[in-house]
Design a binder for this molecule. Sequence first.
Ligand SMILES: Cc1ncc(COP(=O)(O)O)c(C=O)c1O
Length: 359
Amino acid sequence: MKIFLSPPHMTGRELEYIEEVFRSNYIAPVGEYLERFEDAVRTYTGTSHALALCNGTAGIHLALRLLGVEEGDRVGVSNFTFVASLSPILYQRAEPILIDCDESWQIDLNLVEESFKKERPKVLIVTHLYGGIAQMEELSSLCDRYGVELVEDGAEALGTLYRGRHSGTFGAFGIYSFNGNKLLTTGGGGILVGRDERLMARARLLASQAKEPHYPWYEHRTYGYNYRLSNVLAAIGVAQMEVVEERVAKKREIFGWYREKLGEIADFMPELPGSRINRWLTTLIFKELDPLQVYERLKEKGIESRPLWKPMSLQPAFRDLRCYSRGVSRRLFEKGLCLPSGTQLEREEVEWVCHSILS
Ligand SMILES: Cc1ncc(COP(=O)(O)O)c(C=O)c1O
């Protein structure tokens, strides 16, 4: 492979900060960089509280636990998503209810309402797909009206805005992923954000094996998880957060280059009015080309692409789950592709990808 889908993009400051961590010997368990990383995300997204975690999936799991999701509860979740939006529901032995997207590629608000009426879920987990975002004010008010708590899976959507407000800040909790292929990376990592001070303090406790403070010994009143991020990785995150807006701008520029060259043969993921999406990956559906053929042709040329997420309802593991759908994600999956979108890409490289597709 010569052109990857979305490889890490370091700024150069990461090593400097890691050296500082080593000099201080705060390799573990916590340290100053964890606080700095949390502060950077908190300030950037305008949320009240942020908790750095070993990955984004852990954040979704903590959110469900904090919202009291347990065995027998129903949790609505985007059908057109990566599996990590759904699996934490199963960790809690609750029942996922799948909700498909509409032509915007984001969750279908009519289906959300229909599922709320019939299923009465406790929580809805909405994925901001490929860095896009649904009409969040409408979605939030729908959740309020039906008494459903909202959790935002913003793993792919750091830097995405809806009416000037950051993805992840509309619901009770939001998460961002700092996995290797995301807009920014710490190698592996995630952040949970939330408004409620008491719940976020509880999240911090649960993420550290539920060790009660103020005791000389380890005192536990409940069970927790080993979900904290290391100070070493947080140092990478601090350097990455310094360039977050630059990275969003570059992703959007790359999207523009693709649209210019491929606009006649494909339709791209829409950007809804009022939003500024981060274009984490440039994603499209071909009008006529077979995406798997394109995938193979690109692979031969050393170019990495990937089909769109296979909807959860089509996964062998989840076929039996109840799903509210008009079949949109199935069609997108069958016609769509993710194109290389790494922020180091030069215009000539994108043109080479486009030329390879067009030829
Ligand atoms: C939509 C979505 N949700 C959740 C995750 C999980 O994030 P992490 O890998 O940090 O656990 C990812 C990506 O990895 C994702 O794309």
